[in-house]
Design a protein around this ligand. Structure first.
Ligand SMILES: Nc1ncnc2c1ncn2[C@@H]1O[C@H](COP(=O)(O)OP(=O)(O)OP(=O)(O)O)[C@@H](O)[C@H]1O
Ligand SMILES: [Mg+2]
Length: 443
């Protein structure tokens, strides 16, 4: 029995059909990543599965008693208490047993009651210990620390925390609650690289099921073993992590293209035969072939092609060559830092202007590698690759668009553009510094 299933799910908003006929199933211990372009309906599907919205058609079934923890996209913890108090609520059941134990300890002081109370206290205390009753404060500290919430924050009212801290606080509470299924909508958006890596480890050490939407391919590679791709109103399931999904998707699309071409050739051949023979000696065979073709076209306009060709997500292709010669300096940055404004966290600082100018002249990657400002990959990998490379691509896209659209990477689609191109990147923002684009640029 699956933990959760969705059968024939459809969702429309007014005249807009987001998807229809979706069948999905999450087994116990699932590690599923949901990917797809912006606006494909990922959040909508999560909300249907989490029971927060009703489908327009179809049913969602959850296993009896299943506990589900849902982190909404861009959600923030709303609470009147302090951060620490809010984390304690994840252990309410355990803490009421703790209070009961304390009450029994007081009662034990009365010699007349001691034996009777002890009989009750012993098993209660044993179970309390087995359930981690003496460890929950340590667990809270571990999870808060992993998500970059420091002891200085513990006693702060949640209301005064930054937006990013509130989101991390909500994620922390969900992790501490340890539901049977964690449904996470873009959980890494407010995490720095260390916190993302901590979350990967935490999820990998955990037994429960996870369904996660993320635009961070490195995170998905570490965490999921199944990918649901939601595109054009359909879900396709792939086994393996994100990298495996990319390979399989490319194979599937190639196979679909081949099948489509073969089908088109077959139709053309049949139509040609029918045209040449319908009025001649072979009219019987031609009529037979026409009937067979009509069955294939059943319900469709016979003047149109039988099947739609395989559809590819939009690929942005930009040809940046130009014959114009410009000055050597094309872009200049001054003390530019890229990171998360909410938390004042710097992901990295831009390299020296001269290096940017050289970079823009060609694919001279080593120029970037030599920059002291690029963060070192903790695993010792090429700093121009992996996550830091991902962040660097965002910087480049930010640099390229900043002067022309007046927008940073987040709005331009350092995020959206990258996703459409099949790349996935966490959104960043320009924290400080200046970007100047020179008028006669050659990029
Ligand atoms: N309450 C609503 N009323 C009307 N349209 C909605 C509503 N919620 C979502 N939509 C539309 O449904 C579509 C799917 O939205 P959804 O938020 O599920 O996409 P998504 O795949 O999560 O996108 P993103 O990657 O940007 O988070 C979008 O076109 C969106 O505008
Ligand atoms: Mg969404």
């Amino acid at each position: 029995m699956s933990l959760l299933t969705g059968t024939n799910l459809a969702k429309s908003y007014g005249p807009d059909d987001i998807f229809a006929g979706l069948d999905v199933a999450l087994p116990h211990g699932a590690r599923a990543g949901l990917v797809g372009p912006n606006g494909a309906g990922k959040t909508t599907l999560l909300r249907l599965l989490a029971g927060l919205e009703e489908p327009s058609a179809g049913v969602v079934q959850r296993a009896r008693g299943v506990r589900l923890g849902y982190l909404q996209q861009e959600a923030a913890l709303a609470s009147e208490g302090t951060l620490w108090e809010e984390m304690l609520t994840a252990f309410n059941a355990l803490r009421s047993r703790e209070a009961e134990l304390a009450r029994l300890e007081t009662a034990m002081a009365d010699p007349g009651q001691f034996a009777a109370v002890m009989e009750r206290y012993g098993p209660l205390q044993h179970q309390f210990e087995l359930d981690g009753g003496y460890l929950y404060e340590t667990r809270i500290k571990q999870v808060l620390g992993g998500l970059n919430l420091t002891p200085d924050d513990y006693d702060k009212p949640v209301a005064i925390l930054s937006g990013g801290q509130k989101t991390r606080a909500l994620l922390a509470r969900l992790l501490l609650e340890q539901p049977d299924l964690l449904v996470l909508d873009e959980p890494t958006n407010h995490l720095d690289i260390h916190a993302v890596e901590w979350l990967e480890t935490w999820l990998n050490d955990w037994d429960g099921a996870v369904l996660v939407v993320s635009h961070d391919r490195y995170f998905l590679d570490q965490v999921v073993n199944t990918v649901w791709e939601l595109e054009f109103g359909r879900v396709e399931e792939y086994h393996g992590n994100y990298s495996a999904y990319l390979v399989q998707r490319s194979d599937r699309r190639e196979a679909a293209r081949t099948e489509f071409a073969a089908q088109q050739a077959f139709i053309a051949k049949e139509q040609d035969y029918i045209r040449r023979n319908i009025a001649g000696q072979n009219t019987k065979q031609a009529r037979g072939r026409r009937a067979r073709l009509e069955r294939l076209f059943a319900g469709r306009d016979p003047n149109q092609t039988l099947a739609a060709g395989p559809r590819d997500g939009g690929q942005i292709k930009i040809d940046l060559r130009t014959s114009l010669r410009s000055g050597d300096r094309v872009i200049e940055t001054e003390a530019l830092a890229v990171g998360y404004r909410d938390d004042g966290k710097v992901l990295f600082r831009a390299p020296r202007p001269a290096a940017v100018a050289r970079r823009m002249r060609g694919p001279d990657r080593p120029q970037w590698r030599r920059q002291d400002h690029l963060p070192q990959d903790p695993a010792g990998r090429d700093p121009a690759a992996g996550r830091h490379g991902q962040a660097r691509q965002q910087l480049e896209s930010g640099l390229l668009c900043a002067g022309t659209r007046g927008a940073g990477p987040r709005t331009h689609g350092g995020r959206r553009g990258a996703e459409r191109a099949g790349d996935v990147a966490r959104p960043g923002a320009r924290l400080s510094g200046q970007i100047s684009l020179y008028r006669r640029r050659r990029v």
